[in-house]
Design a protein around this ligand. Sequence first.
Ligand SMILES: [Mg+2]
Length: 259
Amino acid sequence: VKDLLASAQREVIARFAWSNMLLGLDYDGTLAPIVRRPEDAHLRPRTRALLAALCERYPVAIISGRARADVASRVARLGVREVVGNHGLEPGADAERCERIVRRWLPALHRSLDDVAGVEIEDKSLSVAVHYRRSRERVYAADRVRAAIDALPGARRTIAGKLVVNILPDGAPHKGVALLRLRRELGADTALYVGDDVTDEDVFAIDDPGRLLCVRVGRTQQTRAPYYVASQRAVDDLLARLVELRGDGSRHHRREERT
Ligand SMILES: [Mg+2]
């Protein structure tokens, strides 16, 4: 894993910035600092300004685990081209099926977990997040959450995040599927994607060298991404670099040779 902002990687960023590139960004932990209460996660003024400048230079998509309306309200009026919620499945053709499944899960989860202190069930309509950040007995809470999920009807996929377990209907499109769809729909040749968490690994796992550049926030060996930036704050430096590389604000559509 290499630091994308190191001088040795200048060429890598430049090659993508000068191609017909889609910029894909996760929200929590990537654009916005992680905070105790997810509802308080806001962009710093500098990040806001950089994001607006980027939107004049690249097509920008935000791909988040939050419900779509939630994340859309947090990046409103900045010129973002697409907002994808629920880990890649909103909007999408699969939404109705997922909603039906989630509606069956919710009462079952409440029955199993309402007596566990500090556990919160977040209904994201197309998926569910079970948080246990506020639990005082996290090992116990995690066990109970796991047992409750095991008892749910229907096939599902779980993504364990930071003191949260996300439950998605099986077969639903993930962030990687969403990014590739947007790259195609927006007519881009390449994409640069930045994310900080387990669910972003669905993007990082895509093998598309030369056309997809993946960056993980925070240095870790537990990632498929070939590049990292050191911290959430360093994301701003990457965004600034991308703005700078298209200095005049006009959209470049210089096509790079595909590898
Ligand atoms: Mg994140």
